[in-house]
Design a protein around this ligand. Structure first.
Ligand code: AMP
Length: 216
């Protein structure tokens, strides 16, 4: 089973991908997490990506697609995956199609997570991330950690992502509208798109995603 979670930054893609990946026993692959890990480890890839990420721009397609081709060739992705944050441009979607055709694989559904802009801004400004296990929290919602600034899952100290500041958030939302939103029509034409209203509580949204996937 292969799924793409599409949506603006802060729509909650990672929050929904994580429990569903455990439930469906397939990896949730977040390009943002892989890139951040590369920046942290100061790899050649991380050095190339860092400046783009810090200003809220997209990392160039060829860098991200090369990274994803490598990630998708790992054995754990053979049975399926949830892609969180990839593709983000039409050219990445075309590259992904090529990778999948070569493997004789196909995407089962593209879940388009829809949230109004005010809610997105509230979610992004309250977001806290675990740098160790990548769990996401939010101090503005019911997703608060049990102990302030401590990860419920692994006990690491939580951080505010450096790109979760007002100026970069505005830039990331503009980049989403210009470069990523056209993917909605791209996947609608393929008959793969399932749009979900993700303004409610997490269990309700997870149920909507499960139902959307079963229609397919
Ligand atoms: P995210 O964690 O998905 O919000 O991604 C954080 C940042 O990583 C983005 O603002 C981009 O700079 C970069 N990034 C993540 N995924 C992609 C992608 N598919 N294409 C280009 N840049 C990406």
């Amino acid at each position: 089973m292969r799924f793409i979670f599409l949506g603006a930054p802060g729509a909650g893609k990672g929050t929904y991908a994580s429990p569903l990946s455990r439930e469906w026993n397939i990896p949730a692959i977040s390009t943002g997490d892989i890139l951040r890990e590369n920046v942290k480890q100061n790899t050649a890839l991380g050095q190339k990506a860092k400046a783009y990420m810090e200003r809220g721009a997209l990392v160039p397609d060829e860098i991200v697609t090369g990274m994803m081709a490598e990630r998708l060739s790992k054995q754990d992705a053979d049975r399926g995956f949830i892609l969180d944050g990839y593709p983000r441009t039409i050219s990445q979607a075309e590259a992904l199609n090529k990778i999948l055709v070569e493997k004789n694989h196909r995407v089962k559904a593209v879940i388009n997570v829809e949230v109004p802009r005010e809610v997105i801004i509230q979610r992004l400004t309250g977001r806290r991330a675990c740098p160790q296990c990548h769990a996401n929290y939010n101090v503005n919602t019911s997703l608060r950690p049990r102990v302030e600034n401590v990860c419920d899952q692994c006990g690491a100290g939580l951080i505010t992502r450096s790109d979760d500041n007002k100026e970069t958030i505005t830039r990331r939302l503009a980049v989403y509208t210009e470069q990523t939103a056209p993917l909605i029509d791209f996947y609608r034409r393929d008959g793969l798109l399932r749009s979900i209203d993700a303004t409610g509580e997490i269990p309700e949204i997870l149920n909507m995603i499960r139902a959307a996937v079963e229609w397919n």
